[in-house]
Write a protein that binds this ligand. Structure first.
Ligand code: NAD
Length: 542
């Protein structure tokens, strides 16, 4: 990143937070500041209860809250905000070690990435940045022209205006959000209105990380795509961004191309991944009707290197904030170009996805003699997939909605990565408060899988979480979460994983360490110490 001192990332969400963290981690000489208009989110990023769950994220942001490790950093000075006093932090290590057991809980957590900051000061941060990454949400429009298909660019537009007003001359603007093809042109138009005499380069740098593996994806990406205009200024800007990635990504994986190809390639990547899922799911219906086994068919087909074995597992279909919205965006683009056959082809991917989900629910109900009245069903997995707390477009919720029509006695929901209170609030908001057990409805959300499954007539497994597949006590792969001996009535976090998941397991730490290509020396005098903030009274996790 020659000449790059400050990077501003607008949007502290699932993409902005982890991307900025890894970028800062790999470029200790660049200050990376993540800004967001949501003060709660920014506050959470500074506490130990990060707003998002991603394996490895906590470890990259903080030195683990492990007694012995953390204690060796402990010093009264760590409570102060003054850098001067912090530089002497390691001096009273031995005193600390002797008291370790006593103040384990009050130990200040050390920021592992001292050049990473979170702030709500959007315009000030933008005005200081050499590179501004735009990582705000770009959902599907829910009203007006193109409603239900076109991309809602409201957030991106608002950020663009802020940038147009405050960016310093020569700052490079980067689309990290997934946007429709030719959005860079819209950004340029806005810039010209506010800064008619200056020129800015707008790059497209789509993010290909997947929720649940974001940190490893960011640390060793298959490719980094940078789209730019073909002018020499455009190429120079692309080169500058490439040099930031060059700190940790091999050069042959950084690919530059024209802006429109880059923007479109992100939509196409997601559409093709979604298409594979719908393809294999469509075949699963044939298997069920013929006696062929879908896993065997998938294995056979996937061994062909031209096809490959990824994304070939039949299931209840895809969810998440991206696949559906990006396929819809592609469909909208095709329609607006008059390419109806193309639009129809990709629409099919979405129809099969809805159909597969309904088929699954119908089949489950059929297995229960076609009635679930008075019965309890456990729903394991609520986030859209394993290892994330992202519940946007949750397939489980869609299944729950269908099941509710058949009046079950109880739908018992559990997800190891989701806060039960949050899930409850979300279901209340999206389906209606009256469906919750506390209001006389049938949905209860548990913090323990065994309690959720106790006395259930059926267990519906919605995500491929490891603990749904393997026993915690043995390594064999037989399913163990059938309702059995555990007491049903005991509520509360019996399973330590839900929020303890913010603390990594030993094997997760080891796995991450393999990926961490560089690290900060503990006694680096420049290292900044941060006192972990408490979330405040409203936080139910603290
Ligand atoms: P998100 O909703 O988690 O985060 C977006 C953040 O932007 C929010 O915190 C929001 O408060 C903030 N924001 C919105 N408008 C703002 C404004 N005007 N000023 C300041 N902050 C503002 O979304 P996300 O999942 O991180 O996705 C961001 C983009 O990345 C989307 O375009 C998405 O399609 C794309 N993407 C997402 C993933 C994923 O796995 N989630 C993967 C690749 C790409």
């Amino acid at each position: 990143g020659a000449g790059v001192n400050n990077i501003c990332c607008v949007g502290a969400g699932y993409v902005g937070g982890p991307t900025a963290a890894v970028m800062a981690f790999q470029n200790p000489h660049i200050n990376v500041t993540v800004v967001d208009r949501d003060p709660v989110r920014i506050k959470q990023w500074k506490t130990k209860h990060l707003p998002i769950y991603e394996p490895g994220l906590y470890e990259i942001l903080r030195i683990a809250r492990d007694g012995s490790k953390a204690c060796s950093f402990y010093n009264e000075a760590t409570r102060s905000d003054s850098l001067d006093s912090m530089s002497s932090a390691s001096s009273s290590t031995s005193e600390c070690e002797s008291q370790c057991g006593d103040h384990r809980d009050e130990i200040a957590i050390q920021a592992r990435v001292p050049n990473l900051f979170f702030s709500t000061e959007i315009s000030k941060t933008i005005s200081e940045a050499d590179i501004v990454l735009i990582a705000v949400n770009t959902p599907t429009k829910t009203r007006g022209m193109g409603s239900g298909k076109a991309t809602d660019l409201t957030a991106l537009e608002a950020v663009t205006r802020e940038i147009a007003i405050h960016a310093k001359p020569g700052a490079i603007l980067v689309e990290k959000s997934t946007v429709p093809c030719r959005t860079a042109e819209l950004i340029q138009d806005t810039l010209k209105v506010h800064r008619p005499t200056q020129s800015f380069e707008v790059l497209s740098n789509p993010e290909f990380l997947a929720a649940g593996t974001a940190i490893t994806d960011l640390l060793s990406p298959d490719r980094v795509i940078i789209g730019s205009s073909s002018t020499s200024a455009g190429r120079r800007a692309a080169e500058t961004l490439a040099s930031v990635y060059g700190s940790w990504v091999p050069r042959n994986r950084i690919v530059t191309m024209n802006t429109w190809s880059s923007e479109l390639s992100k939509l196409v990547a997601n559409a093709m991944l979604a298409q594979r899922i719908s393809s294999i799911n469509s075949i699963s219906a044939i298997c069920e009707a013929t006696g062929a086994d879908i896993s065997e068919v998938a294995q056979s087909v996937g061994m062909d290197p031209r096809i490959g074995d990824k994304y070939l597992k039949a299931g209840i279909g895809f969810g998440g904030s991206c696949f559906r919205k990006d396929v819809l965006s592609l469909v909208y683009l095709a329609e607006s170009l008059g390419l109806h056959e193309v639009a129809e082809y990709w629409t099919g991917v979405l129809s099969v996805n809805v159909w597969q989900r309904e088929r699954f629910v119908r089949r489950a109900v059929r297995c229960l003699n076609n009635t679930i009245v008075g019965k309890k069903l456990a729903i394991l997995g609520y986030a859209f997939k394993k290892d994330t707390n992202d519940t946007r477009e949750s397939p489980a919720l869609e299944c729950i909605k269908i099941l509710l029509e058949d009046c079950p006695r109880e739908l018992a929901v559990f997800d190891p990565c989701c806060d039960p209170a949050t899930v409850k609030a979300e279901i209340g908001k999206l389906v209606g408060k009256e469906v919750l057990k506390e209001n006389g409805g049938s949905i209860e959300v548990y913090a323990d899988a065994y309690a959720a499954c106790a006395d259930a007539h059926a267990v519906l497994i919605m995500t491929e979480c490891d603990e749904f597949k393997t026993s915690p006590s043995s390594s064999n792969s037989s399913p163990t979460l059938v309702p059995k001996s555990k007491p049903a009535s005991k509520k509360g976090p019996v399973d330590p994983r839900p929020f303890a998941r913010l603390e990594p397991t030993e094997s997760e730490i080891l796995q991450l360490q393999k990926f961490l290509t560089s690290t900060f020396a503990v006694d680096d005098p420049l290292q900044r110490f941060e006192t972990e903030q408490e979330c405040g009274e409203e936080c139910k996790l603290c």
